[in-house]
Each structure stands twice: as C-alpha cells, then as structure tokens.
Design a protein around this ligand. Structure first.
Ligand code: HEC
Length: 148
C-alpha cells in the first residue's frame, strides 16, 4: 500500500512541470530581437529602480525616491526611437499595462512626497498602497504576455 502511494506521489510530482506548461495562457507577443533586447533591459531596470526606491525609503531619502520613480519607472524604453519600436510591436493589452504602470508610478511618487511632508502613519499607508499599485501592474502584464 505504502509503495502504491509513493509511486502515485512520484508520478504526480513528475507531471507537475507539464501541468504548469499546459496552463501557460500568456499571449506570445513577437518582437524583433533588438526590440526584445531593449524591452528586457528596461524590465531589468525596473527591478533596480524598485530596489533603490526601497533603500531610499528605508533611509528617508524621500525626494530621491520620488524623483527616481517618476524618471525611471515606465514600461517602455526611454529613447523615443526605442519607445516607438516598442509601441509598434506591443499588443493593445501591453500598451494599456504600460499606461497603467506610468499612472501607478505617478501615484507612488505623489504618495512618497506626501509622506515626506506629513511624516505620519496615514501617509505611510498611502505609500504602501501606491507601491502595491505599481507591482500589481508588473504582475498583471506578466500574467498575460510573453515575448517567446
Ligand atoms: C507592458 C507589460 C509589462 C509591464 C507593465 C511590466 N513588464 Fe516586465 N516583462 C514583460 C514581458 C512581456 C516580459 C518578457 C516575459 C517572457 O517573455 O517570458 C517581461 C520581463 C520582465 C523581466 C525579465 C527580464 C529578462 O531579462 O528576462 C523582469 C525582471 C521584469 N519584466 C520586471 C518587471 C517589473 C519589476 C515591472 C513593474 C515595475 C514590470 N516588469 C512591468 C512585460 C511587462
């Protein structure tokens, strides 16, 4: 009996990666290699920005944190030509998520400035909520789109 249960468990575990693949419902959004490369560079920069913002927040460098969010937290690359290339290949859903990220980033920058001025619990909660709005846009775009 124990052997049968063990065999079933091992079988289930082995099948898990397949189940994961079968459930990948993300839309493939094809882009030329150089557009992909620039987009992924921008993506990796988002993680650096979030890390730096959290570090600034921890040391109460609010002005620096707000400026960084405004300047660097956006879905498309910064160079206008690269942004145009991204827009040419991104699907409507990605463009919407791109706009949502920019909007959420503005909200986060405003919440950080409010905390800088008020230095109270309500303003700190506002920053937490605004941070969550940002990461939600990351997650929702990732849940629906992939490059390959
Ligand atoms: C407009 C949609 C969209 C938004 C918004 C978005 N991403 Fe992405 N991101 C993607 C896509 C598409 C990929 C490629 C995924 C794939 O092909 O598997 C990606 C890949 C990444 C990668 C992997 C980079 C690499 O070199 O492989 C990181 C890290 C990442 N995103 C971070 C973020 C963070 C952090 C945010 C939010 C601040 C964010 N992304 C917001 C669409 C988005």
């Amino acid at each position: 009996m124990r052997k049968i249960v063990l065999t079933l468990c091992v079988g289930l575990l082995a099948a898990l990666p397949l189940a994961g693949r079968a459930q990948d419902v993300r839309e493939v959004v094809p882009m030329p290699p150089e557009v992909q490369r620039d987009m992924l560079i921008a993506m990796r920069d988002h993680v650096i920005v979030l890390d730096t913002v959290f570090s600034h927040m921890a040391t109460e460098r609010y002005r620096e944190a707000a400026a960084l969010v405004e300047e660097r937290l956006r879905a498309a690359p910064f160079d206008p030509a690269k942004e145009a290339a991204f827009a040419a290949y991104a699907n409507a859903d990605m463009k919407e998520a791109d706009a949502a990220l920019r909007h959420a980033a503005k909200g986060l920058a405003a919440a950080i400035r409010k905390l800088d001025a008020a230095r109270d619990y309500a303003a700190a909660k506002g920053v937490s909520a605004a941070t969550s709005n940002v990461t939600t846009t990351c997650v929702s775009c990732h849940a629906r789109n992939r490059l390959r």
